[in-house]
Design a protein around this ligand. Structure first.
Ligand SMILES: *Cc1c(COP(=O)(O)O)cnc(C)c1O
Length: 345
């Protein structure tokens, strides 16, 4: 094994704003991981995993939870639970479950997406109703999936009354409703409500511990006890049975305990960055800046991102003219001001 030594030819990183997945476990998390009681989770015998699943279920108001290595896995297991081959999944345009999950809804569950328009990530409930397919000439609708906050739309929030209206459509049409809630704690923080005010509308919810909440690994799927029993089988099929996973769940428990309260600060700093970039002449849609994600439109995004990286500020080029910044708890006010000086120089 080669040791990683500091490379004097590389610039110091002032702020890593590529994603909220880049956070590293805090010393307190490391300590909890070291001390965690563990067992074989494929047998359901890891006490720390069980505690994490119970806590996630309590916070979101579900009967049961199932810990998995990634949000892709929790989402795809949910799709497998709710659909049959040849069906459609109604989802907002740009949804992670299709755009960033590598065709897995087709590869694993044999289903295809039916996008509905979603300005600022919010689908119109009537558009969702119109997207439902029933005729013998069409692939029938198997489920509806929402994303809150919506990543590609800029970390945007679905208003609670729209959620309720889409839930009513799902009920009237007899369709299961899933939430890709990778950042649902951000949505709750932005609206000043308990997360259960959002999750209560859904049959299953996927939450990510490894985004803004700050855990190194993991997501939890929430639903009924019967659904989670079936989900356990799909998780094993996908290679997601993790044995003594309590070392990871221990960090997840701290992420659930301490993470949500930090998100308001991330949102405030995202707003600060957006306003600073706007003032410096960048093209920013402030209406889309609602949580911890900021998209900036500029020419030749990849070249600009590598110039900023040379100066110590990391961002993601997500298209020829689109750069994404994501705030998280390991970029505080001071680091952000340093980053702003670089970005507006
Ligand atoms: C990050 C993310 C996921 C899950 O991604 P993994 O990398 O598989 O954990 C799911 N949905 C959204 C909206 C995300 O941003």
């Amino acid at each position: 094994m080669t040791a990683t030594l500091p490379d004097p030819t590389r610039p110091r990183v002032l702020a890593d704003l590529r994603s909220d997945t880049v956070t590293t476990p805090t010393p307190e998390m490391r300590e909890a991981m070291a001390q965690a009681p563990v067992g074989d989770d494929v047998y359901g015998e890891d006490p720390t995993v069980n505690a994490l699943q119970a806590e996630a279920a309590r916070l979101t108001g579900f009967e049961a939870g199932l810990f998995m290595p990634s949000g892709t896995m929790t989402n795809q297991v949910a799709i497998a639970l709710h659909t049959r081959r040849g069906e459609e999944v109604i989802c907002a345009e740009g949804s992670h479950i299709y755009e960033w999950e590598l065709g897995m809804m087709a590869a694993f569950s044999g289903v295809v997406p039916r996008f509905v328009p979603a300005p600022l990530g919010v689908p119109d409930p009537e558009a969702v109703r119109l997207a439902v397919r029933r005729s013998v000439h069409q692939s029938p609708t198997g489920m509806i999936s929402l994303e809150d906050t919506h990543n590609k739309a800029g970390g945007t929030v679905i208003p609670l009354d729209v959620l309720a209206a889409i839930r009513d459509v799902a009920n009237e049409e007899g369709l299961p409703l899933h939430l890709d809630g990778a950042r649902v704690f951000n949505a709750a923080a932005a609206q000043g409500v308990p997360v259960s005010e959002i999750t209560r509308h859904f049959g299953t919810v996927s939450i990510c511990l490894s985004k803004g909440l700050g855990a190194p690994v993991g997501s939890v799927l929430l639903g009924s006890a019967a659904a989670m029993k079936q989900a356990h089988r799909y998780r094993k099929m996908l290679g997601g049975g993790m044995r003594q996973a309590g070392v990871l769940a221990a960090a997840g428990l701290l992420a659930l305990r301490d993470g949500p309260a930090r998100l308001q600060g991330d949102h405030r700093r995202t707003r600060r960055l957006a306003e600073a970039l706007l003032e410096a002449g960048y093209s920013v849609n402030l209406a889309a800046v609602q949580t911890n994600i900021l998209y900036v439109t500029l020419p030749d995004a990849a070249a600009q991102v590598s110039r900023w990286a040379e100066a110590g500020v990391l961002a993601s080029a997500l298209g020829p003219d689109s750069v994404r910044f994501v705030l998280h708890h390991q970029v505080g006010d001071e680091a952000l001001e340093e980053a702003i000086r670089v970005l507006t120089a």
